[in-house]
Design a protein around this ligand. Structure first.
Ligand code: ADP
Length: 495
């Protein structure tokens, strides 16, 4: 009988389960969306029960549909939406509040107070992060201060905090294991990424009792077993890792200087920096990429809010595209010389600008400007934003050697050539689309001895397509300086 590995990818809008053979081939996958709750402007919540039930149902579905018995599944790997914050009762498992999702901005006033108190540098030095509501710590503070009796109960040791990985593990293990991995811990604003422990000074500043915190383990580790009542047999949970870090592993970016960039709704670029935690001088985030055998590997991360979402806007808002896929044929006729430049600051600008008040604009339009030019300018803007991140990385002393890309937008081959041209860096796609789930599956495989080491694990990765930069450097610099000029014109705030 063959052996299998089950990967759980718990995302922001849906949960997925993917069953792999021990040779890392996909057998079956299942996906289920769940409801987003927006109780107030800027607030985003998930019902913890939805998160759990969609995970459980998709896991059950892949086993049933592939006709694989739970006892043949040798390991579970979990990857998850990061930073989303849950608090539950240690005894009953009852959540005290909905999950507060990473996008939720409710703690922005508290973050500003901490910044006004001059604390941002302290947080950045210890956690690699910036004081932004994005991260878990200030969301957790909100729950303790706003949910009835939560603080008293937390202080009595009755409550557990966890990010989604931790909550799923708790549920899967039947309330036996309260743990997280170092990559997820590194997104909380409470974890000292140098000492690899919850930081007592930061815990005090955010008023969080230590008793709530999960045990921090390696990304490939012994996380106990999934209770037999869920899937029909006890299955060891062998890896947990945040989604972007998991994609880094899934793209086998396992050496310093290797970068993966995921182009979904937004874009997340992450570059491996090896055993060095480089604190960015350009407002990029420093984070734990993964921890294996007690050895921490770090990464630098930059995120862009609008990537594929711009194509959605052209389709649904403006109506010049019937389908996202049409963007490729439309843009193809438009050369790099185009005069139109779009700065897609619809919801402000992310890294490296972090300007929440900037707004989108299109510059350089003429009477010839039509749908094709708008679409091309939109796609180019994603490449220019990637170049912004790469420039910031270079200035932080990181040499990026190649771009490994994934996400919905990489179906657009014209985009990939433009990306290589405008960044001057060879751009490659992987033979598997599901790099996020794959990272967790690979780490689970490592834990059960399917791979000897990271090098062998990396050998599973295979290139699909390679796009070589074709623009002379001088042209690239001219186009980029036009982009920078356009960005300067939409900025509201100096960084
Ligand atoms: P997420 O995981 O953030 O939901 P996906 O990785 O599924 O996102 O990618 C979906 C995004 O990719 C959408 O925003 C869509 O506009 C974009 N997209 C899909 N196909 C294409 C295409 N052929 N060209 C450009 N963008 C595309």
């Amino acid at each position: 009988m063959s052996d299998y590995i089950l990967a759980i990818d718990q995302g922001t809008t849906s949960s997925r389960a993917i069953l792999y053979t021990i040779d890392m081939e996909v057998v079956t996958s299942a996906q289920e969306e769940f409801q987003q709750h927006f109780p107030k402007n800027g607030w985003v919540e998930h019902d913890p029960e939805d998160i759990w039930q969609t995970v459980l149902r998709t896991c059950r579905s892949v086993l049933a549909r592939s006709n694989v018995s739970a006892s043949s599944v040798k390991a579970i790997g979990i990857t998850n939406q990061r930073e989303t914050t849950l608090v539950w009762d240690r005894r009953t498992g009852e959540p005290v509040y909905n999950a507060i999702v990473w996008q939720d901005r409710r703690s922005s006033v508290f973050c500003q107070q901490l910044k006004d108190d001059g604390l941002e540098q302290r947080f950045q030095d210890k956690t690699g992060l910036l004081l932004d509501p994005y991260f878990s710590g200030t969301k957790l503070n909100w729950i303790l201060n706003n949910v009835k009796n939560a603080r008293e109960r937390a202080e009595r040791g009755e409550l557990c905090f966890g990010t989604v990985d931790s909550y799923l593990l708790w549920r899967l293990s039947g309330g036996k294991v309260h743990a997280t991995d170092a990559s997820n811990a590194s997104r909380t604003l409470l974890f000292n990424i140098h000492d690899q422990c919850w930081d007592s000074e930061l815990m005090e500043l955010l008023e969080i009792p230590l008793s709530m915190m999960p045990d921090v383990r390696d990304s490939a580790d012994d996380y106990g077993v999934c209770d037999a009542k869920w899937l029909g047999a006890e299955i060891p949970v062998c890896s947990m890792i945040g989604d972007q870090q998991s994609a880094l592993v899934g793209q086998a970016c396992l050496e310093p200087g290797m970068l993966k960039s995921t182009y979904g709704t937004g874009c997340f670029a992450m570059v491996n920096t090896g055993d060095q935690a480089i604190i960015s001088q350009h407002r990029l985030l420093t984070t734990v990429a993964y921890r294996i055998g007690g050895q921490t590997t770090y990464a630098i991360e930059g995120s862009i809010f609008m990537a594929g979402a711009i194509i959605q806007w052209l389709r649904d808002g403006v109506g010049i595209l019937k389908d996202a896929a049409d963007s490729e044929s439309l843009a193809r006729s438009v050369t790099h010389e185009q005069s139109e430049i779009m700065v897609p600051a619809f919801t402000g600008l992310g890294a490296p600008y972090w300007d929440p008040d900037a707004r989108a604009a299109i510059f350089g339009m003429t009477r010839d400007t039509g749908a094709a030019q708008l679409v091309a300018a939109a796609i180019r803007s994603v490449a220019f934003q990637t170049e912004d991140l790469l420039q910031a990385m270079v200035q932080d002393g990181i040499e990026v050697k190649s771009l490994r890309v994934d996400g919905g937008m990489v179906k657009n081959r014209w985009f990939l050539q433009v990306l290589a041209d405008l960044t001057g860096i060879p751009t490659v796609t992987s033979h598997t689309a599901e790099t996020t789930a794959k990272g967790a599956a690979l780490l689970a495989g490592l834990q059960i001895g399917r791979f000897r080491d990271l090098q062998e694990l990396g050998s599973v990765w295979k290139i699909a397509e390679n796009y070589t930069p074709s623009l002379p450097k001088a042209n690239r610099e001219t186009y980029y300086s036009r982009w920078l000029d356009a960005v300067a014109r939409v900025r509201r705030e100096e960084a």
